[in-house]
Design a protein around this ligand. Structure first.
Ligand code: UDP
Length: 241
């Protein structure tokens, strides 16, 4: 069966579900039209984390759309005969923001440090003047602030909610919302830091050589332990034959 924009094909990498579709932006718009749902951007590190963490695995399994973000996942899909393009979550999220500004969608942003959130909202107001931001909240709220924030989010009925709380928290936090939520809800990791100008994305040539992970490691050496899952991922995929 061929995947279409409205009906992505659901397959899996190491037992973690992932959607194959010709264009992730079209698939996201179709999902919005159907009433919305959770979008997960899957990379190798997350795939390994999901195998070890049932809460993350459950959130990914329940998500409406899981896009292959990461050279490792694209490579693993290729070994199964699926030729897919890598779809970086940060690019889909940016395209959705531009679409939101053009279409009058209501947008909520949750996560990152207070300084990053401040800078980001100022920048977005400048760069996307039509953008309707119905709620912005940084990701370091005290525990007692979250229930009120969650109520506000549901009441605002946003069309698009971008959540930068890091993996796995952003995925599990989105998943616990009741079914009456609408719109697209997407975990975006460090995207707010990049858009605010605090972190940089790897240069395109590193992306082409599939060594973005090396850039990330040099920029954030503290990630080395998390990154040990990358060779473990490659080994597990190769062992599957
Ligand atoms: N973050 C947050 N609250 C927390 C922990 C993290 O808002 O309690 C933010 C952090 O400031 C950063 C993002 O979550 O903006 C995580 O970025 P990272 O690149 O580490 O994402 P990951 O690789 O986990 O997807």
């Amino acid at each position: 069966m061929a995947a279409t924009a409205t009906e992505p094909l659901r397959t899996g990498v190491l037992g973690v579900p992932v959607s194959v579709c010709p264009d992730v932006f079209d698939a996201a718009l179709a999902l919005h039209q159907r009433g919305g749902g959770q979008i997960v951007t899957l990379n190798a590190e997350m795939t390994m984390a999901a195998k070890a963490d049932p809460a993350l695995g459950g959130a990914i399994a329940a998500a409406a759309l899981v896009i292959p973000d990461g050279a490792g996942v694209v490579w693993a899909l290729g070994r199964q005969g699926y030729r897919v393009r890598r779809s970086p979550g940060i690019e889909l999220a940016r395209d959705l923001l531009a679409h939101a500004a053009a279409q009058g969608w209501k947008v909520a942003l949750v996560g990152a440090s207070p300084a990053v959130m401040d800078q980001l909202t100022q920048r977005l107001r400048r760069e996307l003047p039509g953008l309707q931001l119905v709620l912005t909240a940084h990701g370091y709220q005290p525990p007692e602030a979250w229930p009120g924030l969650e109520q506000q989010l549901l009441a605002a009925r946003p069309d698009l909610v971008l959540v930068a709380l890091g993996v796995p928290r952003q995925e599990t936090w989105i998943q616990q919302f009741p079914g009456r939520r609408c719109g697209l809800w997407m975990g975006v990791g460090g995207s707010f830091d990049v858009w605010a100008g605090v972190k940089k994305r790897a240069p395109a040539w590193m992306g082409a050589l599939q060594i973005e992970w090396l850039y990330r490691l040099l920029q954030e050496p503290a990630r080395w332990r998390r990154m040990l899952s990358l060779p473990a991922f490659a080994w597990a995929v190769l062992r599957q034959g």
